[in-house]
Design a protein around this ligand. Structure first.
Ligand code: HEC
Length: 150
């Protein structure tokens, strides 16, 4: 019975120590989460955002002055990165069918069908999750990339 009191006493000391020393210092530091970025942290965040905005303006001015043309990455190409594991790097086919050589309409119609959980072949369920992650603009972008660049 004595041991029980030792344990309870130990626990009481622990909680007292935790709530007086440890807990207030956690709160003070905001726990290190960005959602708790207030006060000083928020001021710094605003400054950093201003600096990156300024840097982007400077870079654009530099590029213009030196005749550098920046080509924006094709959003369709980025999306294709998530498809080539199954359809082959150049759309030549693999686990999924060949897509190279298909038209824009063919590809986008298939993707719209999959997005609505429609069945095309026997493995359509594999494409349901893929297509459900694509917005309408994504479908247009990735279909254009496959039909024009592969
Ligand atoms: C996990 C493997 C996998 C991934 C990743 C994948 N696909 Fe597929 N895809 C398949 C399979 C398997 C089929 C055949 C489905 C069927 O039987 O209807 C298919 C079918 C298709 C078809 C129809 C082809 C035809 O001739 O009927 C299109 C279009 C397509 N995929 C586009 C894409 C695009 C675009 C992406 C990337 C956003 C993608 N897929 C990602 C496996 C995959």
């Amino acid at each position: 019975m004595k041991e029980l009191w030792y344990v309870l006493g130990g626990m009481a000391v622990f909680f007292l120590g935790f709530s007086t020393f440890v807990y207030p210092s956690i709160e003070h530091k905001g726990g290190g989460y960005s959602s708790a970025c207030v006060g000083e942290c928020y001021e710094q965040l605003k400054i950093n955002r201003e600096i990156s905005k300024q840097k982007a303006i400077e870079l654009a001015a530099y590029n213009e002055a030196n005749g550098i043309v920046v080509v924006e990455a094709d959003p369709g190409e980025k999306l294709w990165g998530g498809c080539m594991g199954c359809h082959g790097v150049n759309g030549e086919g693999g686990l999924g069918p060949q897509l190279q050589g298909q038209t824009f309409d063919y590809i986008s119609n298939r993707l719209i069908t999959y997005k609505r959980r429609g069945t095309v072949g026997s493995q359509s369920n594999m494409m349901w999750s893929q297509a459900s992650a694509l917005s309408d603009q994504d479908i247009t972008a990735v279909s254009r990339f496959i039909s024009e660049k592969l």
